[in-house]
Design a protein around this ligand. Sequence first.
Ligand code: FAD
Length: 398
Amino acid sequence: MDSVDVIVVGGGIVGLATAYRLQEQHPRKTILVLEKEEAVARHQTGHNSGVLHAGIYYKPGSLKATTCRTGKQAMIGFCQRHGLPHRICGKVIVATGDEERPRLRDLFERGRANGVDCEMIDRDRLRELEPHAAGVEAIHVRETGIVDFRQVCDQLAALLREAGQGVRTGVKVTGFRETADEVRVATSAGELRARWVVNCAGLYSDHLARAAGIDPGVRIIPFRGEYYEVDPTAASLCRALIYPVPDPRFPFLGVHFTRMISGQVECGPNAVLAFAREGYRKSNLHLAELIESLTYPGFLKLAARHWRMGAGEMWRSFNKAAFVKALQRLVPEVHARQLHPAAAGVRAQAVAPDGTQLDDFAIRETRRMVHVLNAPSPAATASLSIGRAIVEKLTCHF
Ligand SMILES: Cc1cc2nc3c(=O)[nH]c(=O)nc-3n(C[C@H](O)[C@H](O)[C@H](O)COP(=O)(O)OP(=O)(O)OC[C@H]3O[C@@H](n4cnc5c(N)ncnc54)[C@H](O)[C@@H]3O)c2cc1C
């Protein structure tokens, strides 16, 4: 199949959900998903916390807020229809001191504005829900859930193949040439052609946008998030999900406890600059990519503005005791000996030249291409709605 209607670059959850929505709404169109790894969901999608976010954190009216709400419902429906394990377990966001109460209250108001099923709870109710969590007050978000996004991706890929569409792994896209009638796509398996292309390349979405001749206006800065797994003997310290009150200056939610769908409890992630876009270990270094981050004016401004926070995150990355101390603010009984290093994830965070971290999802289009330039958390939760939004954009051009 050298020529198809739509090529989707990237077999993460955003690419697969887009292809799935496209097949659903335009079953006569031919679709080909191209993924450079040997299997789907090997990057952000396969290395995340597996949380079905309810949508409490996001600015009302933003793409994040709207697609998180509708996407979560769609994801639950998808899991139910296909028998995929998921659970609505609820979560608590905990103020550990009086100084955090105003921010907790603001978050609660935001959640209400977004239509999230949540309530303010006192220390006693918190203790009933999470007996080992410390805190003076909390928000109980009843409708938060957990899922395995890798399984969701395997199912999406299987459904696409069953419908006769292509999902090719081990094929790397290296360039594009958009003409009046089509897009020529250069790949490691030779040139392919499509009438339309969607770029869902996650950590490399800016590179691919540039390869298509577009100035993305942002650069992806990779932030590694490290996790620890809680020893099964101590897993009872967390029943569901225990989160801190996030610092509104940063897009990250702070280290939290997550009971995964497998039953394991993980804690993390922190956020440190990764020395490679797919650098899952401290020792992974890709010199060109590191230089690309370190010489980007946007990153330098970001680092200058938040150096104290960045240094703290680095310190916690190299010092387990410091990481554990952050966790003990939420669950004081947890001990370093109960925590074992677990696989890390790397977030693709789009940063503007002025050092601003793009908060909302960002999508850019040309006549024949759609580029997803910023799809950080909660994009996995929201993926089926992001996919629908992308298909709407494509439909205008069909
Ligand atoms: C540590 C961490 C925790 C998170 N927790 C949550 C959570 O609990 N809930 C939630 O909703 N979200 C969470 N997120 C966010 C969520 O995982 C991402 O928003 C989502 O997975 C993004 O999906 P994606 O398809 O855009 O990117 P990816 O999953 O990274 O997929 C992009 C794909 O494109 C491929 N690709 C790149 N370049 C090329 C190329 N040149 N040719 C072919 N293929 C290419 C890559 O190999 C990759 O498979 C978390 C993210 C991280 C990192």
